[in-house]
Every structure is written in structure tokens, then in C-alpha cells.
Design a protein around this ligand. Structure first.
Ligand code: SAH
Length: 252
């Protein structure tokens, strides 16, 4: 059970597999007012940076599930490195349909909402693990500027403009699904650079070490085209944020 190998290659050196920076991840942990002993579930936990740093900084107890054996192993190593291995558990597996045995204070899916078949389905899935009064965390792209043409949409590696909303539309959509947006931390272009540009040095080094690999041609082509494509499209048009939600039914 694994994700397509290309991601394990291009993102092998990432601690955070998203445009959010370590500083913003720390801000997010602080603004959520986490308390020591709070349980956190993270679907698509990647290399575990969110759970590990929040375990260190806020004393949370975390469980992460991720389909990539490589990222899961990196998450376990990071937990040991930060001295929180007794607080966090990283499970290698498919998070589709995953509901925790014990209810959690914070149920997160940050940059992997396909796990629930989209934002709506992921909110529903996370809600099944949430204790009353708990918070759902969704990390998702949104349009920074609407692509004016299909060429620009495709340049962002997005099939259709309707795949994402603008920020006001996305915030409104949470409300229409019955959730209050109670916090958010947005990525910026520097954060996108950390996520995207970090892949380039990783690809270059991987190519030097693996010139005869069956994916070498594909990686070579990506390294050639990505900087220009990214700067022209993704960096300009795509935004990204993490949104904290609470069901509306509990207050009025
Ligand atoms: N939340 C992490 C990782 C985001 S990248 C972070 O912010 O760093 C998306 C992650 O989803 C990858 O780690 C990938 O391995 C994982 N993933 C993809 N499909 C999955 C699935 N069906 N179940 C669990 N994890 C999945």
C-alpha cells in the first residue's frame, strides 16, 4: 500500500508536504488553544510534523494515518527526535473511512481531502471522530485569483476551475454545510516556495544518485519545466489555507 512513487521521490526531504511553513504551523497550534492531553487525529499525516511539534509544544496526544510507508517512517523518526514518541502514534494505512475508537478534541485533514471524496465528505468523516465541542481542521487550496483561461487552470495542474473555490466562497461553503469557521491560517507565496522549490533540489540530487532509474526521465523533465510553470501559474493563482471549524448546532 503506497502513494505513487513520484511523490515519495520529490517530497522525500519535506517535513511539511504543504505550503504552510514551520512558523505558520506553530501559529496554527497556538491559535487553536490546544491543551495538554487533548487528543488529535490527523488523516494524511505525511511526515508527522504537525502532530510531533504540537505534542512537543502543547502536550497533545496524537494519532496520524498515512498511505506512504516512507512518510510514516519519517514521522516516527521525527517523534523520537523531538522526544514525543510516547505521545504520538503513526499508522501506515489508508485513511479512507477511518474513524477513531476514542473521540478526539481536534480532527484534522490537512491537504488530503480526497480521503473523504472532497471537502464536504472529509468534514463528515472527521466529524465522526470528534467529541462534542471539538474542532475540525481542513487544509485546502483556494483560488488566489480566478484563472482567466483554461490554459491557466491547467497550468496550475488543476483539471477544472470548479475544483476549487475563492477564499470567500470557501469560507461561505463551510457555513452552508452547518459549520462556524472559528480560525484560519493562510499560506502565502513564500510558503508555496518552501513546498514547491524544495522539490527541485531533491529532484536534482535524486537524479544524480539514480540516473538509470525508470522514473529518471520523468523527474528530469519535471526539474526542467517546474520552476517556470510554478512561477507562472501555481504561485500566482493558487492560495492555500487551514480552516478550523465547529458544528453550528451547539450554539443557537
Ligand atoms: N498533512 C501532511 C501531508 C499532506 S500531503 C502535511 O501537511 O505535511 C498528502 C498526504 O496524504 C501524503 O502524505 C500522502 O501520503 C497521504 N495520503 C494520500 N492518500 C491517502 C490515503 N488514502 N490515506 C492516508 N493518507 C493518504
Amino acid at each position: 500500500m503506497d502513494i505513487p512513487r513520484i511523490f515519495n521521490i520529490t517530497e522525500s526531504a519535506h517535513r511539511i508536504h504543504n505550503p504552510i511553513t514551520p512558523e505558520k504551523l506553530a501559529t496554527l497550534g497556538a491559535v487553536l488553544r490546544l491543551e495538554s492531553g487533548d487528543r488529535v487525529l490527523d488523516l494524511g499525516s505525511g511526515s508527522g510534523e504537525m502532530l510531533c511539534t504540537w505534542a512537543r509544544d502543547h502536550g497533545i496526544i496524537g494519532t496520524g494515518i498515512d498511505l506512504s510507508p516512507l512518510f510514516t517512517e519519517q514521522a516516527r523518526r521525527r517523534a523520537v527526535e523531538l522526544g514525543v514518541a510516547h505521545q504520538v502514534t503513526f499508522i501506515h494505512g489508508d485513511a479512507v473511512g477511518y474513524v477513531s475508537d476514542e473521540k478526539v478534541s481536534l480532527a484534522a485533514c490537512v491537504g488530503a481531502t480526497w480521503i473523504g471524496g472532497g471537502v464536504a465528505g472529509t468534514i463528515e468523516l472527521l466529524a465522526r471522530s470528534l467529541r462534542p465541542g471539538g474542532i475540525i481542521l481542513i487544509g485546502e487550496p483556494c483560488w488566489r485569483q480566478l484563472p482567466p483561461t483554461e490554459e491557466v487552470t491547467k497550468g496550475c495542474l488543476v483539471d477544472s476551475v470548479s475544483e476549487f473555490l475563492t477564499l470567500p466562497e470557501l469560507l461561505g461553503s463551510f457555513g452552508r454545510r452547518g459549520y462556524d469557521v472559528v480560525e484560519m491560517v493562510l499560506a502565502d507565496q513564500d510558503g508555496w516556495d518552501r513546498y514547491e522549490a524544495a522539490k527541485w533540489l531533491t529532484m536534482r540530487r535524486w537524479l544524480e544518485a539514480n540516473p538509470h532509474d525508470e522514473l529518471a526521465k520523468e523527474v528530469r523533465a519535471k526539474l526542467t519545466s517546474e520552476p517556470e510553470r510554478y512561477a507562472a501559474y501555481t504561485r500566482e493563482y493558487l492560495g492555500w489555507g487551514v480552516f478550523a471549524l465547529m458544528p453550528r448546532w451547539c450554539v443557537l
